[in-house]
Design a protein around this ligand. Structure first.
Ligand code: AMP
Ligand code: ZN
Length: 501
């Protein structure tokens, strides 16, 4: 564990050498999904990014306690803190379900999707509704410490008092308290209950039609969205822990308010390192379901979307995500996915070839041995540099070129040491599968897609032959039968692609 891991801390805005609070152990909290509808691919990107971070910490030998919550109450429409409808409550009303049925349905869907993308489960996955007493207790502590006040059954956090005493409010998100104060919130209800426009609700008195509510010393109500993460991270990781993560869109207000609440409750910043993943874009715009600019993972797998020409497998999509650093935006385009598909296959094929390679003869070690050894070191160094997956991958692809030229006989393996070859094999095995979390879809039991694709290429060729022969009944029969099977053919410049509805 003599790693030189450096992590970019959103709070200090600097890359820092990572030193855990307790040697050998890491406490990591990542904000999980709000389970009111199916996860979109943008959400998946954030969870895949943190999965790779988790896997790398495990690889370095840390004993990690990874906590990722499920938000099933308190997240209001438009991320408001009062006056808007609860996202889960709204869905329950629209679908005529119990809010807990909504939460259960989409939690199961979320878990399924996380498995499809081969992410490891967190060690603890607490639900906000399962921690109401802890949240009520935290509100009470914040009031007792003078940072919270009650107004008409709701409780608000006093941001000005906190800003004046700590100088912290706005530090994480880079917002100035004066700007927050000046922001017009006239469009929101219940603003008159607040002492300052920048104050936010930590307990909200429920309107009569509100479905989810609990008894508290202040009212029959429900906790503010930000509170759950403060209460649950404290419960499972302590008042201070190592890493807090989430998507960059959570910096404000969610994480900024979490910091304020933890200070308000115990006078300490909960996390030493704040990590934020960047957004997945679709055609240059943030992927977001509420804006209608989103693609669901299933649509990507089947190719059933106007944005893409064909389907892509989950591991191709995971590989596509790895090609960009977690702090950079990632723009999803059909061309980029096609390139990722080729890259992923090339990597897996090189891995398979490498594992079969043995050294012939035992010549003098040459320059090549040193080059490969440097490559191996380089891959690790890139991951130590704030989990730089694109640069680590670029080095692995340098190794792929070498492997292919050894295989094709363009370059001799002579001069490569036995231990260097075995270290290269280990490197591929460890990075591809344990750290990057890829699976060899072609080699593994998930061969169905490849088989189906092969069969479809045969059908497409047969249809093309029939058309060339002007055998229209045969070509129509193929098209109609495929249609009955919900398979569509799309003729394009590059040939014919197929998609499944
Ligand atoms: P939510 O379900 O809205 O609470 O979001 C779950 C997680 O997905 C949070 O960490 C968000 O920051 C993240 N997220 C939402 N939209 C995107 C996006 N377009 N790209 C990457 N992450 C996102
Ligand atoms: Zn959170």
């Amino acid at each position: 564990m003599d790693s030189q891991l450096k992590i970019y801390n959103s709070l200090s805005k600097d890359k820092e050498v990572f030193t855990p609070l307790i040697p050998g152990r890491v406490g990591m909290y990542v904000c999980g999904p709000t389970v009111y509808n199916n996860v979109h691919l943008g959400n998946c990107r954030t969870f895949v990014s943190f999965d790779i971070i988790y896997r790398y910490l495990l690889h370095l030998g840390y004993k990690v306690r990874y906590v990722r919550n499920i938000t099933d109450v308190g997240h209001l429409e438009g991320d408001h803190d009062t006056g808007a409808e609860d996202k889960l409550g709204k869905m329950a009303r629209l679908e005529q379900l119990e809010p807990m049925e909504v939460a259960q349905k989409y939690t199961v869907g979320f878990h399924d999707m996380m498995k499809i993308f081969n992410t490891l489960p967190p060690n603890i996955e607490p639900r906000a509704t399962g921690h109401i007493p802890e949240q009520i207790e935290m509100v009470q502590t914040i009031i007792n410490n003078g940072y919270g006040y009650e107004a008409n059954g709701s409780v608000y956090f006093d941001t000005i008092k906190f800003a004046e005493s700590s100088g912290m409010y706005g530090k994480l998100s880079g917002r100035k308290i004066e700007d927050l104060m000046a922001e017009s919130r006239d469009n929101l209800k219940k603003q008159d209950e607040k002492r300052h426009p920048s104050d936010f609700a930590i307990w909200i008195k429920a309107d009569p039609e509100h479905l989810m509510r609990w008894n508290s010393p202040w009212s029959l109500g429900f906790p503010g969205w930000h509170l759950e993460c403060s209460a649950m991270s404290t419960k499972y990781l302590g008042t201070q822990f190592d890493i807090h993560g989430g998507g960059g869109d959570l910096k404000f207000p969610h994480h900024e308010n979490e910091v304020a609440q933890n200070f308000g409750a115990c006078n300490c910043n909960p996390a030493r390192t704040w990590m934020h993943g960047n957004m997945l874009l679709l055609n240059g715009k943030k992927m977001s379901k509420s804006d209608g600019n989103s693609i669901m993972p299933e649509e990507l797998f089947t190719g059933n979307s106007a944005h893409i020409s064909k389907g892509y497998s989950p591991m191709v999509i995971r590989f596509f995500m790895l090609q960009t650093h977690y702090r950079s935006t990632l723009d999803l385009t059909d061309e980029a996915l096609q390139a990722a598909e080729k890259g992923y296959r090339r990597l897996m094929e090189a891995y398979a070839s490498l594992q079969k390679m043995t050294l012939t003869g035992d010549g003098q070690r040459s320059e090549q041995d040193g080059e490969v050894a440097a490559l191996i070191k380089g891959v690790k160094a890139e991951m130590d540099d704030d989990f730089n997956t694109p640069k680590a991958l670029a080095l692995l692809f340098e190794a792929v070129s070498k492997i292919n030229s050894w295989k094709d006989g363009h370059q001799s393996m002579a001069g490569l040491g036995e231990s260097t070859l075995s270290a290269l094999k280990d490197l591929f095995q460890t990075f591809l599968f344990d750290i990057f979390g890829l699976k060899d879809e072609a080699a593994a039991g998930d061969n169905h897609f490849k088989t189906l694709d092969g069969l479809m290429q045969l059908v497409i060729d047969m249809r093309q032959d029939a058309r060339t022969r002007k055998d229209w009944p045969a070509s129509d029969k193929i098209r109609d039968t495929l249609k009955e099977l919900s398979i569509q053919l799309k003729d394009g410049k590059e040939g014919t692609a197929w998609t499944m509805e």
